[in-house]
Design a protein around this ligand. Structure first.
Ligand SMILES: *Cc1c(COP(=O)(O)O)cnc(C)c1O
Length: 382
């Protein structure tokens, strides 16, 4: 694993990338050039392969951060309310809430299904919500809710959607390429992810893997020209080019990152590395007295939420600065009820790095005079 002078990012994107991925950006590409367009096509093919999509699914890349692609997917796949579209959004965290906000902006009818932040969305609750409102046409499900780091029951929810003939849109931003998703067991209309998360590319592009029949059928749905996935797809089919300027360096870095992903052994190997990272982190932090917010059985090996220490000397900003001075960038908590902070397990890092993280945290606690690490009464979200 590569370690320069820069701090290691323990965040859920952008994350630490390998030297090889960074070096892939030392070249300028023409957007009309056949070599560049072949690179885009090869990336799209590899991304569809990761979910076993065969010829039934296609990948439509889109410029921008992950949220741009989530917004595009909702705007393209769900017809406007005036034409009967209505989307159910199980909500157990910040990224689910963002989908609801997107629906509001775009004028897409949405039904919120509230779920506690420390509890996974399950097939049973989604099934009950769909039974209650037969006018719902789609479910928008976040796979790993990065807010707390919880893993939702995607496979169970996908089966419910298939049985009820409701479209499924998956925000797999922080799980794609690390956690298993296969169209055989998880059939979907659209799945959204991005270059700068578990694929370990740099940020700057998202993509939507869509059922071919879905993208072909969504002409005229888009609320926005720049976000029109149908148009991007049709144009790319016709010309092999991106509509509008592509993020060329990001694409080149993603090509290199996917090559390394394959060399590592694909999704299974990536999951194994992240799982080892997560276990090393949690074991080490627990030995220092920290407590995780989530129960281990619902924790995805992507990002871990820890309760803040009980000690009055603890203050996140100072703690962050102390750990940063030792080479690691932590992430603030994103929960509404309890004080927490988060540590990412993803990126071009291994469990040796995670052991060093625990060491950096231990030294920082000592320097800041934080003695009581265990939270007074470990609370779970209501
Ligand atoms: C990172 C992430 C996004 C997208 O966030 P951006 O900041 O726009 O890249 C969306 N959903 C989930 C679950 C995420 O983890």
């Amino acid at each position: 694993m590569i370690r320069g002078n820069d701090p290691i990012l323990l965040t859920p994107g952008p994350l630490t990338t390998s030297l090889q991925t960074k070096q892939a950006m030392l070249r300028d590409w023409g957007s009309w050039d056949a070599a560049f367009n072949q690179m885009t096509a090869s990336i799209c093919k590899d991304l569809v392969d990761i979910v076993g999509g065969g010829s039934e699914y296609v990948c439509v890349p889109l410029q921008g951060s992950g949220t741009f692609s989530v917004e595009a997917a909702i705007g393209n796949v769900v017809p406007p309310a005036s034409r009967g579209g209505k989307v159910l959004v199980p909500n157990n965290g910040a990224y689910c809430a963002r989908i609801l906000k997107i629906c509001k902006y775009l004028g897409r009818a949405a039904v919120e299904l509230p779920v506690a932040e420390d509890t996974p969305a399950t097939a049973a609750v989604v099934d009950a919500a769909l039974a209650q409102d037969p006018s719902i046409t789609h479910v928008a499900q976040v796979h790993c809710e990065t807010g707390a780091g919880i893993l939702n029951d995607l496979a169970g929810i996908a089966q419910v959607c298939a049985r009820r003939k409701v479209g499924l849109i998956i925000d797999a931003m922080s799980s794609f390429a690390a956690l298993p998703i296969d169209v055989q067991s998880v059939p979907f209309d659209a799945l959204i992810a991005a270059s700068g998360k578990c694929l370990e590319g740099v940020p700057g592009m998202g993509f939507v893997i869509m059922k071919k029949s879905v993208v072909e059928g969504c002409a005229g749905n888009a609320h926005s020209l720049a976000m029109d996935l149908h148009d991007q797809y049709v144009y790319m089919q016709k010309t092999t080019q991106w509509r509008y300027t592509p993020p060329t360096h990001v694409v080149a870095a993603l090509r290199a990152a996917i090559d390394q992903f394959k060399d590592e052994g694909g999704q299974g190997a990536r999951l194994a590395r992240y799982t080892a990272n997560c276990r090393t982190l949690v074991d080490g932090m627990q030995a220092l007295g920290f407590r995780t917010y989530l129960k281990p059985e619902v924790q995805a090996p992507v990002i871990v939420t820890f309760h803040a220490p009980a000690d009055a000397a603890y203050e996140f900003k100072q703690f962050y600065a102390a750990v940063r001075a030792r080479g690691y960038i932590l992430y603030p908590g994103k929960l509404t009820q309890v004080e927490t902070f988060r540590v990412g397990c993803i990126g071009a890092i291994d469990s040796n790095e995670m052991r060093n993280v625990v060491g950096a945290v231990e030294q920082s606690l000592r320097d800041l005079g934080i003695r009581v690490v265990t939270p007074a009464a470990p609370r779970r979200a209501a």
